[in-house]
Structure formats: structure tokens, C-alpha cells
Design a protein around this ligand. Structure first.
Ligand SMILES: Cc1ncc(COP(=O)(O)O)c(C=O)c1O
Length: 338
């Protein structure tokens, strides 16, 4: 694996965890080496996108042992998505045990910290079992698999280029704040179009008026203005990013003024720095945003973005004090549910 640069791709690993729900109860769940899932052709995840998922990373700590970052927040967000989609949420205990077991079983594939990589962990909840009518599935599968990954954006700290799209990812008062697979399918073409025009990713505006910043294709966004103010959209149609929540705390810890509020698109002109945040994107500086005829440019990486990146990643890799209690070790005992 050391020969191939770690990008953000699916690489099959030996073990994944799976539990099933039927008749009101979850099975205990277990590790399996089977990387495929056999489901009924009538499964609701295939027809009606009754599906939601999570994404988090496990990082190699100073002794090489795996760490997890704010995994309890992913459990809570999957619960919220599942409830919105009329799916039975895996109890927090099952979610945490599934993630621990999957990472522990594949820990020999954890990239070293100095490669800047991690094991990306993908918990998945899908409606299975036949249903032709538009009704929730009779059975569900909860699966957790993982894959060694490197940076999501290959442009990395040089800064990426965003293109404001005239189309929407989600609807006002729709599903944007839930991590549902259906939100992403419609964005594939928009990201592909942006890439074909030389940009890295799309930037969405609020779906009601196209006046305010929303988020990028797979990450929240923020700007730094007036030397010490961090601004991020307070939109109801974006995914509540766990990385952004952490970044805001770290920014407050650094004495920055943090504002989560409506951000008119023209305010891009006031940003000195801009960045994207997410589990995959970590904190990626944005060098440029194109909106119609206007092109906004930012320092990449700017001083605040770089300092926040260092603070976040050093906590994630266990290299600095963790004052907010965000990091948990992966242990054989926790993987076994002790
Ligand atoms: C649409 C979208 N926004 C934001 C994020 C960032 O969320 P998090 O920081 O919890 O990974 C993601 C996932 O990475 C996402 O898919």
C-alpha cells in the first residue's frame, strides 16, 4: 500500500461489521469477511432511497494504535437521519461497537500519521426486504466498513477552486440537514460539470432565494474576515458538520469571534481566507470561488486556516492535549462491547 499514494478511494479491507433488524429487534451483529450484501430486488433502499449513512475517521495515535474522533456525534446524527427516514436507528451501543469492531479488525491497515492518512469508516443503514408500495422496509441492515484513505482533495493545502452552481442539492425545508444518500445522487452531475470547467467542487447557495452561501458538495464552508472573525452559514439546509462544530470550538479557543449566521454570497468579497470542512476534507483552504462573472480569491492557506488545521489534526492524531474530550481509543475490549 505504501507504493500507491493514498487518495480517497474505496479499498476493500478484510473485515466489516453487520447487524440486521427485523420484527422490532436488532441482532447482536458480528464481523464478516463478506464484502458484498445480498438483498431483495424489492428493497426500499434500491427504489425509494430509504438509506442513510455516516462518515468518520480513525487516526493512528502516537503509539500507532487507532483513535476515533467524536464517534458519539456520528451515532447521534445517524439516529436523526434514520428517524427522519422511518428507519430503526441502531442503538448507540451497537453503533459504537460496530465502529470499534471494524476498526480493530482492520487496524493493521491504518495508515501512519506521517502519511496524513486515516481509516475512513462508513456506517451504513439500508432498508431491505421487498416492498413495492411507498412504505418503509420490513427489514434493515446496519453495516460498518472501512477503507484506508489520504486527502479528499488532491490540491490539498494549495487551495481548491469552487464554482457556485445555479442548481440545488436539496430543497428548502427538505432533507439537506440529514445524511441521506438521496441528497448526493443529484449532486454528482453538478460536481462533474464543475470539474469539467476546471474547478474542484461546487458551492451551493440557499435553495429558496439563491442569495446566501449554503455548503460545498461534501463539506461545510467558512470564511475569515476582519482579521479575527470566523463566519459560517447557519443554513437549515446544510449537513450539520461535526468537523465544523469542532472547528468553531477551536476558533473560539484561539480567541476568534465566531459567527454562525446567514452569509450573503457577496460577502465573499470581505473574506481574507476561506475553507471547507468535513471528515474527508478535514480543513481544506479555498483559493478561489467563481460566481457567474465574478471571481473571488483568498489566501491559501491563510494563517488562521493553517493554525486551525494544525490544532484539529494534532488532536485527531493524539499529538496534543484534547481539552474537549473528543478522542477515544479503539480497544479490543470496546470492540467486543465491554
Ligand atoms: C454535504 C456534506 N456537508 C458537510 C459534511 C461534513 O460533515 P462532517 O464534518 O460531519 O464529516 C459532509 C460529510 O463529510 C457532507 O457530505
Amino acid at each position: 500500500m505504501a507504493d500507491t499514494p493514498l487518495g480517497f478511494f474505496y479499498r476493500e479491507t478484510p473485515w466489516r461489521f453487520q447487524a440486521e433488524w427485523a420484527d422490532g429487534a436488532w441482532t447482536e451483529g458480528e464481523l464478516t469477511s463478506e464484502s458484498t450484501i445480498t438483498i431483495d430486488e424489492g428493497a426500499t433502499c434500491l427504489h425509494y432511497a430509504q438509506q442513510c449513512f455516516e462518515g468518520l475517521k480513525s487516526y493512528a495515535g502516537p503509539d500507532g494504535a487507532p483513535l476515533l474522533f467524536r464517534v458519539d456525534q456520528n451515532a447521534a446524527r445517524l439516529r436523526r437521519s434514520a428517524e427522519r427516514l422511518l428507519m430503526p436507528p441502531p442503538p448507540e451501543e451497537l453503533f459504537l461497537r460496530g465502529v470499534q469492531a471494524c476498526v480493530h479488525a482492520n487496524r493493521h491497515l491504518l495508515p501512519a500519521a506521517d502519511e496524513g492518512g486515516a481509516l475512513y469508516v462508513r456506517p451504513l443503514l439500508i432498508g431491505v426486504g421487498p416492498n413495492l408500495g411507498l412504505r418503509p422496509a420490513p427489514r434493515y441492515v446496519f453495516r460498518v466498513f472501512c477503507s484506508p484513505v489520504g486527502p479528499y482533495f488532491s490540491d490539498g493545502l494549495k487551495g481548491i477552486k469552487l464554482l457556485v452552481t445555479e442548481q440545488d442539492r436539496v430543497a428548502p425545508r427538505g432533507m439537506g440537514s440529514y445524511k441521506a444518500g438521496g441528497n448526493y445522487a443529484g449532486g454528482l452531475m453538478l460536481t462533474a460539470n464543475a470539474k469539467a470547467q476546471g474547478h474542484t467542487e461546487v458551492l451551493y447557495l440557499d435553495p429558496r432565494e439563491h442569495r446566501l452561501l449554503d455548503e460545498a458538495g461534501s463539506a461545510n464552508v467558512f470564511g475569515i474576515r476582519d482579521g479575527n472573525t470566523l463566519v459560517t452559514p447557519g443554513s437549515a439546509s446544510i449537513l450539520p458538520s461535526i468537523t465544523m462544530d469542532s472547528l468553531l470550538q477551536l476558533a473560539r479557543d484561539r480567541g476568534l469571534d465566531v459567527q454562525r449566521r446567514d452569509v450573503p454570497v457577496e460577502e465573499l468579497a470581505d473574506f481574507e481566507e476561506m475553507g471547507c470542512t468535513g471528515t474527508a476534507a478535514v480543513i481544506t483552504p479555498v483559493a478561489q470561488v467563481t460566481h457567474g462573472e465574478r471571481v473571488y480569491r483568498f489566501a491559501a492557506p491563510g494563517a488562521h486556516t493553517k493554525a486551525l488545521y494544525d490544532a484539529l489534526t494534532q488532536i485527531q492524531y493524539g499529538l496534543r492535549e484534547d481539552p474537549h474530550g473528543w478522542v477515544t481509543p479503539v480497544t479490543a475490549a470496546q470492540a467486543a462491547g465491554a
